[in-house]
Ligand binder design. Structure first.
Ligand code: HEC
Length: 177
């Protein structure tokens, strides 16, 4: 009996290490994403009272129609740049349709937030998140939550792999800072 208990305890310990050592989507990332969403709401970048910016025609994989806003945001005692991209889609989506009823077409809110120095030094310290319109997180096909260093170590897919190819080496496509 004792042996089984020790075995089970060891197994659970190892399993939890495996889970928490994932480069993204772990509990800490999800908690931070919730703080980020709240701060975005207070700054009127997401949610019911969000400021609207002009939608434009997007490119894969972000969506047919997009809008992007950037500003500075404070979470706890850290202030950093945030870029919020709203991804619109659905049948008969168009710039005009999104402009008149954005909430009907909003599929995802993808966010890059510049964390404290050293958070992810190889990748410009960006925190990545893909939110649903209600502030919960999208998942990848492996059911991992898309928040944190997404998907660090994966050369082929994920926010980091693709944004690493953005001009200027800052991982930002649309403008250089
Ligand atoms: C296959 C490539 C690719 C992947 C994967 C990708 N992006 Fe992007 N992303 C782009 C491109 C291209 C743009 C510029 C597109 C535009 O705005 O028209 C962009 C723009 C953005 C922007 C606006 C800032 C900028 O770079 O211009 C944010 C924020 C963003 N992506 C977040 C994310 C997040 C978060 C993820 C992962 C959940 C992600 N992206 C995954 C290609 C990608």
């Amino acid at each position: 009996m004792k042996r089984i208990l020790i075995f089970t305890a060891t197994f659970l310990f190892v399993a939890s290490c495996v889970v928490s050592s994932a480069p993204f989507g772990n509990r800490e990332d999800v908690e931070y994403s919730q703080k980020l969403w709240k701060a975005l709401e207070s700054s009127k970048l997401v949610g019911m009272n969000a400021i609207r910016s002009t939608p434009y025609t997007g490119v894969h994989p972000h969506g047919a129609i997009l809008d992007t806003m950037d500003t500075k945001l404070t979470i706890g005692d850290h202030t950093g740049m945030v870029i919020v991209k709203k991804n619109y889609g659905g049948p008969d989506v168009s710039k005009a349709a999104v402009a008149s009823d954005p909430d009907m077409y909003l599929k995802a809110v993808t966010v890059m937030f510049k964390r404290e120095t050293g958070y992810d030094s190889g990748n410009q310290d960006w925190f990545w998140a893909k939110f649903k319109p209600d502030g919960s997180l999208h998942t990848n096909p492996k059911k991992m939550m898309l928040a944190g260093r997404v998907a660090k170590g994966n050369q082929a897919a994920g926010c980091i792999a693709c944004h690493a190819g953005a001009p200027g080496g800052d991982m930002i496509f649309n403008f250089d800072r």
